[in-house]
Design a protein around this ligand. Structure first.
Ligand code: PAF
Length: 281
């Protein structure tokens, strides 16, 4: 595995792979890699010949009171995991390579970027899309792979690519299934912030999703079932639980039939956790 830290060294390596007829896939991450990330790498390998993974903790997607400084940075450990997974290139750029003209927002997430996660974390999605667009420009992959756990992020990335007038040619955006701990907790780099007690409490989130799935009835009955599970642990502060239409990322309307996405976010101690489940309505 090659470790590349500058934008200008990346381009010839990727071009060389292409000249050898290889298709290129890309897995953008912020590091602190867990099995969820490694599942994205496996999907990238299945769908392409040459796999690039980036590790960059993007300052633009953190709010002023968020955990940018504390965000786990475990580059050495991450590099070992990626090398063992036969990744071709680890791209770990410096902030100056990613933002040579300073930290400027160049992408706007629009109205969907202001709901749910975007309402609680203003500006987060503009910062996230800005870095993803920049990384796509640098890597120019055929395929990019993102986890379904960050459902709103994935929706907005797909929307950006669709509206980009083929800026990244025919790049395909692949969503990967959520990988869970044995107790159901969705894997996240932020899970490492949880104490043992918080970790136990955090299970309520996936249990709430399962309770809603198992409930017969309309959207309201499903949401009530989820809220009831969350209410059994008042220390877990529910930010939102909603049933959204995956095609619009807006709450489903009365009479909706089909697969809806049940999304949830909660605060456990100082840690915000998100999760989701696709359910039939
Ligand atoms: O999901 C993440 O880890 C980040 O939001 C991403 C897509 C790597 C952009 O910084």
């Amino acid at each position: 595995m090659q470790i590349i830290t500058s934008a200008e060294s990346l381009a010839p390596v990727v071009s060389n792979a292409r000249q050898h007829g290889k298709s290129v896939s890309f897995v953008p991450t912020m590091g602190a890699l867990h099995d969820g990330h490694m599942s994205l790498v496996r999907i990238a390998h299945e769908q392409s010949d040459f796999v690039v993974v980036s590790i960059f903790v993007n300052p633009l997607q953190f709010g002023a009171n968020e955990d940018f400084e504390e965000y786990p940075r475990t580059l050495q450990e991450d590099a070992e995991k990626l090398s063992a997974a036969n990744v071709d290139v680890l791209f770990a750029p410096d902030v100056k390579d990613v933002y040579p003209h300073g930290n400027q927002i160049t992408q706007h997430a629009g109205s969907v970027g202001e709901t749910f996660e975007g309402k609680i974390r203003p500006g987060h999605f503009d910062g996230m899309l800005t870095v993803v667009a920049r990384l796509f420009d640098l890597v120019r992959p055929d395929i990019s792979v993102f986890g379904n756990k960050d459902a709103q992020q994935l929706f907005l990335i797909r929307q950006m690519v669709e509206n980009s007038n083929h800026r990244w040619n025919a790049m395909q955006v692949v969503g990967a299934p959520i990988i869970r701990e044995e107790d159901g907790l969705a894997m996240s780099s932020r899970n490492r912030y949880l104490s043992e007690t918080e970790r136990e409490l955090a299970q309520r989130i996936s249990r709430a999703l399962r309770a809603a799935e198992a409930t017969q009835g309309d959207a309201e009955a499903r949401l009530t079932a989820a809220e009831q599970v969350m209410a059994t642990a008042p220390a877990v502060r529910l930010d939102y639980v909603a049933l959204i239409n995956p095609a619009t990322f807006e709450p489903i309307e009365a009479g909706f039939v089909g697969r809806a996405l049940l999304i949830i976010a909660a605060q456990v101690g100082g840690t915000r956790l998100i999760d989701n489940l696709s359910i039939s309505i």
